[in-house]
Design a protein around this ligand. Structure first.
Ligand SMILES: *Cc1c(COP(=O)(O)O)cnc(C)c1O
Length: 493
């Protein structure tokens, strides 16, 4: 019997609190060379504690190793396929990082005078032009910090335009397949939300839409391709219906990975849209790092863009603050600049043809997986898939196995789960987005895992219902973890 297990191979990492031993230090400071002051007299007695109960005492190296070991437990796009539908978890070429770390760009200060920021302003201008070309829209702002923030900016501009025309109107229409941020955005801008139901093909029901578009409607927020991975075939007609009633069309462009280089929302009638630069334009995300929600507008909305805007002053760039109809700033300074640099590097490294090829590969990969998995899982809608495919757990549910169970079992096979139970209109959804950056080998491995799980559901459903089995921690109670989190460690008595 093994008596002593080597900790750094098993990596059964205890909490830092449990590794504490009294008197250990992380740092040794040089002797004080200024007169000491009593902390309580400066900060107030009530703000000074004699002791923090159970504060961990470890050496610098122990702290470093602890967090380094924990970091190896994370799943990452750099380890394998990350099939989270709707999230576009693709490989972020390292050249983007290299460019973003270029000294003059990484260390630029937002208060630098214009004369010393010409290069950064050129980056912003070049990216705006590229995204105008890609979306077919008239102008772009790079200020918003994320997709949801872009939505907010876009609907604020819509509201400003309608107000200027004399009536901001009352309602925003949102299809029932929409991402939760869409109705949330409309509500935050002061509109009420009316749901439009989808038809049996997973697209907006035109008759339902026609009935809903009244003079009270400010606009429609539509995702295309939508969240079931299906292209809204009637998009021109849909835009026409709204425009005929003086309303506008907002496109949630989070799924632009399926359109870049192939179709331009500006050409099919969209008035305003956002792009998630951290999804489609290759900035690492998922860890809560900075993103960017560039917003593109048609000509009618240009005067309402957030300021300041870039303008030409002779042969130089300058900031224009004289924008009487602008909705104002939506963010400090000029956006998450590092993300903008990465996006421009990505666009320029690919070029037009490369971007188009990436889109075609994303579509091919999703449809390849769909073809491999359709014999085993129920496809939610028969319409052709774009860059992601959505299944339901209908067949597995007959054995009492739900989408969440299958996702947990995938972890045992070494994969990050797909998106579970979204979109809500599909009962027990499995939403899979492989992206263009995966090889056929990786897709085959993933499909093998999914097929193997489908067979396990038939032969031994309990095995799947109790997964994961190979992880450091068995299945956790996610509801309890969210509702009753334990955030303070107590030394066991
Ligand atoms: C990701 C996503 C959003 C929100 O974008 P964030 O950058 O996370 O705020 C909105 N709509 C859809 C369809 C998305 O996939």
């Amino acid at each position: 019997m093994i008596k002593k297990v080597s900790k750094h191979i098993v990596q059964n990492e205890p909490l830092l609190f449990e590794q504490s031993s009294p008197g250990k230090w992380g740092y040794q400071l040089p002797p004080l060379d200024v007169p000491p002051v009593d902390a309580a007299s400066v900060l107030g007695k009530e703000n000074v504690r004699a002791e923090i109960e159970d504060f961990p005492e470890v050496s610098e190296f122990e702290a470093l190793r602890h967090f380094t070991r924990l970091s190896t437990w994370n799943y990452a796009i750099d380890l394998g396929l990350y099939p989270l539908g709707s999230c576009t978890m693709k490989y972020n070429p390292r050249v983007n990082e290299l460019v973003a770390r270029t000294e003059g760009l990484a260390w630029a200060h937002p208060y630098q005078p214009e004369a010393l920021a010409q290069g950064c302003m050129e980056v912003i201008a070049a990216l705006e032009r590229a995204l105008e070309e890609i979306t077919g829209m008239a102008a772009v702002t790079l200020q918003p910090a994320a997709g949801a923030h872009g939505e907010f900016t876009g609907i604020l501009m819509m509201r400003a335009l309608l107000e200027k025309r004399g009536n901001a109107r009352k309602k925003i229409l949102v299809p029932d397949s929409a991402h939760g941020t869409n109705p949330a955005t409309a509500t935050m801008v002061g509109y009420s939300v009316e749901n439009i139901k989808s038809n049996s093909r997973g697209m907006v029901d035109l008759e339902a839409l026609e009935r809903a578009v009244t003079e009270d409607v400010a606009g429609l927020m539509i995702t295309n391709p939508n969240t079931v991975g299906v292209f809204e075939e009637n998009i021109r007609k849909i835009c026409g219906l709204l425009h005929d009633k003086g309303a506008l069309v907002y496109m949630d462009g989070a799924n632009m990975n399926a359109l870049v280089g192939v179709a331009r929302p500006g050409n099919f009638g969209v008035d305003v849209m956002h792009l998630n630069l951290h999804k489609t334009f290759s900035t690492p995300h998922g860890g809560g790092g900075p993103g960017a929600g560039a917003v593109a507008v048609a000509e009618v909305l240009k005067p309402f863009l957030p300021g300041p805007r870039l303008k030409r002053a002779g042969d130089k760039w300058a900031w224009n603050y004289d924008l009487p109809d602008s909705i104002g700033r939506v963010r400090a300074f000029y956006g998450n600049f590092g993300v903008l640099v990465r996006a421009l590097a990505y666009v320029m490294a690919h070029g037009g043809n490369g971007l188009r090829q990436a889109t075609l590969d994303a579509l091919l990969n999703a449809n390849y997986l769909r073809a491999l998995l359709e014999p085993y899982y129920e496809i939610a809608y028969k319409a052709p898939s774009m860059h992601e495919c959505v299944f339901s757990d209908d067949r597995q549910a007959k054995k009492g196995v739900r989408t969440g169970d299958i996702a947990k079992r995938l972890i045992d096979y070494g994969f990050h789960p797909y998106t579970v139970s979204f979109p809500l209109i599909v009962r027990g959804a499995l939403m899979i987005e492989p992206t263009e950056t995966e090889s056929k080998q990786e897709l085959d491995l993933f499909a093998d895992a999914m097929i193997s799980i489908a067979q396990e559901v038939d032969q031994n459903p309990e095995l799947v219902k109790t997964a994961p089995h190979m992880t450091r921690t068995p299945r956790v109670d996610e509801v309890r973890a969210a509702r009753q989190p334990v955030v303070r460690w107590k030394r066991p008595q």
